[in-house]
Design a protein around this ligand. Structure first.
Ligand code: MG
Length: 166
């Protein structure tokens, strides 16, 4: 048997090394072991292994897994009842201010604190996307389409001027 490195770069961004007789057996082995989304999610918490990622199309995208995790977290606690759009909009704003608070007295905020507050903001943004039934990637790309038009490179490059004053 030879060692095969199997890439799953789309999701875990690592490589799994498996022993197999040929390449297709190696791929099948990795798919068998890591096809289950829960296993993949759990695996991401582990470190110090040889794992990478193979065949992204067979895996649930990382963002979808995270959204499922957030959804389950709330359903398990019966918290969906509190997550109205207005409550989530308030929560996003509150967490954004907690993020800002990290820098209140010091421009060099503690990175661990910043990461936690940034995560709070983004998790609430994802929750709001779910409550509204919108795809977060889709709405961000649509907004990028608009922003790219508002700030054409030839006018905006190197400037922080608002689009209506360019
Ligand atoms: Mg917070």
């Amino acid at each position: 048997m030879k060692n095969y490195k199997v890439e799953i770069t789309e999701y875990l961004q690592r490589t799994i090394t498996v022993k197999a007789d040929n390449e297709s057996d190696a791929v099948a082995k990795v798919e068998g072991d890591y096809y289950n989304a829960k296993e993949v999610l759990d695996y991401s918490d582990h470190t110090g292994t040889d794992i990478e990622i193979y065949n992204p199309n067979k895996f649930i995208p990382k963002l979808d897994l995270l959204m499922q995790r957030i959804d389950k977290f709330n359903k398990d606690r019966d918290w969906d009842q509190f997550h109205t759009p207005v409550n989530l909009a308030k929560s996003i704003s509150i967490e954004a201010n907690e993020l800002l608070e990290c820098y209140q007295w010091n421009d060099n905020a503690n990175l661990d604190d910043v990461k936690e507050e940034l995560a709070d903001v983004m998790n609430y943004c994802l929750q709001m996307s779910m409550v509204l039934g919108v795809d977060p990637i889709d709405i961000m790309n649509k907004k990028m389409d608009k922003t790219e038009k508002k700030y054409p490179v030839d006018k905006a490059k190197g400037k922080s001027t608002k689009y209506n004053k360019l």
